[in-house]
Design a protein around this ligand. Structure first.
Ligand code: ADP
Length: 479
């Protein structure tokens, strides 16, 4: 179950939310409690002041030995609010009067009055040095907050201890705590259910992608995933997935066409081979000259076949990135000079060092020269020039043939493409399979260069190869 992103997301989310809520609840509880305590403290201090004032006033009105006791009683009756208690102690620490003897106010229920009186006495004796000191005393429900204050009068010195029951404060805090106890779990349950559905909703495209990817094969590569919102992350993922499918489909289609074209191209020479052999064998009384002629045709066709197979092999290995480039330091002008065959007007700058696979670069030059010769009249010249421009070499192969019509020019680098199939097929010599330029293009690119048809019209065609020239002359030593 934990393997599902949905569940993990929900659990993390709930855990983080739970931590936040607990932290918030705890700090609210703590801050509220503190503010309640501060309020209680200030109200009890005020109350003790008011009591002292009343006590003094009552005392001055009725002098006599019993006067402090009755003044204290008067003050207690006057200031007896909800949850408050007073005790007035004389300078010997004896309780002169306390509201514990009066009927209790609501909120104050004291089960052990003696213990409380003891604590009051103790507090009063310790608080002597301080004009108004505070302490929390045990007793009743929730205890009491106590404030001790000295009252100096002409009749003597007294200590007043005013108490405020903490019962209602405790109840408020308990209410808050109880609210948190049920509100937090409910919030977590709601949030986790909501979070789970949200996660499920958000991850639905991923699930759809996974199930589509499972059913995907060569037959339905053209299917695409629906994109709900192309701007969000999942939309982007779906888009990338669709683009991947597009590229796969394109390369699959390319491969399919390649195989179809290849088998078509191979079928023709094989048919010629078989046809020639069958025709020759059909009659028994053939002259040696006839057999020789047939054998020569068989040799030429099988050579052609071998050539096509070799080209195909080169291209498929190049496609798979498995054709090993045998890079060595060489001289381009020397390679070009080796490629010169016939009727050529060479213009080769000397001393053109390069790092290249000599065999492949030689093959590229031969393919271009071969085409230039094949597709131009016999008595015309084919030019080959190799020159150095600032940081690259330019190889130009120019002929004076009929050129390639503009509509076909973009297609000449396609595999198996031949501009004029019928003509090329007639002469075995010109009957390439339409792979020569594809291979030449790959070789140029494998050397980080380019191959372009720079001009082609009725006056002839010019193919240009651009190859990067080494910045520093390599010290050539191939010995
Ligand atoms: P092929 O084996 O047929 O020569 P290529 O890939 O070398 O295959 O060339 C593809 C086609 O491009 C050729 O069939 C030809 O029609 C055209 N082509 C290539 N080079 C030239 C050229 N120099 N002049 C005219 N057409 C050319």
């Amino acid at each position: 179950m934990l393997d599902s992103i949905r569940v993990r997301l929900t659990l993390w989310y709930t855990l983080v939310l739970a931590l936040v809520l607990v932290f918030l609840a705890a700090s609210t509880y703590f801050l509220y409690g503190r503010s309640l305590a501060q309020r209680t403290d200030s109200s009890i201090v005020e109350l003790s002041q008011a009591f002292a004032t009343t006590f003094r006033a009552e005392l001055s009105d009725a002098p006599g030995t019993e006067a402090p006791k009755s003044a204290a009683r008067e003050a207690m009756l006057e200031h007896r609010f909800r949850g408050t208690l007073f005790a007035l102690l004389d300078s010997n620490g004896n309780v002169l009067e306390s509201s514990l003897d009066l009927p209790p106010t609501p909120d104050v229920r004291i089960d052990h009055a003696d213990e409380l009186l003891d604590s009051i006495r103790d507090f009063a004796s310790r608080a002597n040095s301080d004009p108004a000191s505070m302490r929390t005393l045990r007793g009743g429900r929730g205890g009491f907050r106590a404030c001790a204050r000295h009252i100096a009068t002409s009749n003597g010195n007294y200590t007043l201890v005013a108490l405020q029951s903490l019962h209602s404060q405790m109840e408020s805090l308990e209410d808050i705590r109880d609210t948190f106890y049920w509100a937090i779990p409910i919030a977590l349950v709601l949030a986790s259910v909501g979070g789970y559905f949200l996660a499920r909703q958000s991850l639905a495209p991923v699930a759809a992608m996974a199930s589509q990817a499972r059913t995907m094969g060569a037959a339905n590569l053209h299917d695409r995933l629906a994109i709900k919102n192309s701007r969000d992350e999942l939309g982007q993922l779906t888009l990338s997935f669709n683009q991947l499918l597009e590229r796969l489909e394109a390369s699959f289609e390319q491969q399919r066409r390649f195989v179809a074209d290849a088998s078509h191209e191979l079928r023709t020479p094989v048919a010629i081979l078989r046809g020639e052999a069958e025709v020759t064998l059909a009659r028994e009384d053939r002259s040696p000259a006839e057999y020789r002629e047939t054998l020569a045709i068989l040799r030429d066709e099988s050579q052609r076949l071998a050539h096509i197979v070799e080209d195909l092999f080169t291209l498929t290995r190049a496609d798979a990135g498995q054709y090993p480039l045998n890079l060595r330091e060489a001289y381009l002008d020397e390679l070009a000079a080796q490629a010169l065959v016939r009727a050529l007007k060479p213009n080769l700058e000397s001393d053109l060092p390069i790092i290249a696979d000599e065999a492949l670069l030689g093959r590229m030059l031969l393919n271009l020269l071969d085409n230039a010769i094949k597709y131009s009249p016999r008595d015309t010249a084919v030019e080959l020039s190799c020159t150095r421009a600032s940081n690259h070499y330019l190889i130009r192969v120019a002929d004076q043939g009929q050129g390639i019509t503009p509509d076909l020019q973009p297609r000449i680098f396609e595999r198996f493409f031949r501009a004029d199939k019928s003509r090329a097929r007639v002469e075995t010599e010109t009957g390439g399979a339409g792979l020569g330029l594809s291979i030449a293009l790959w070789i140029a690119e494998a050397h980080n260069g380019r191959l372009e048809l720079t001009r082609s019209d009725a006056n002839g065609s010019v193919f240009t190869v651009t190859l990067p020239a080494p910045r520093n002359r390599p010290a050539i030593d191939n010995s």
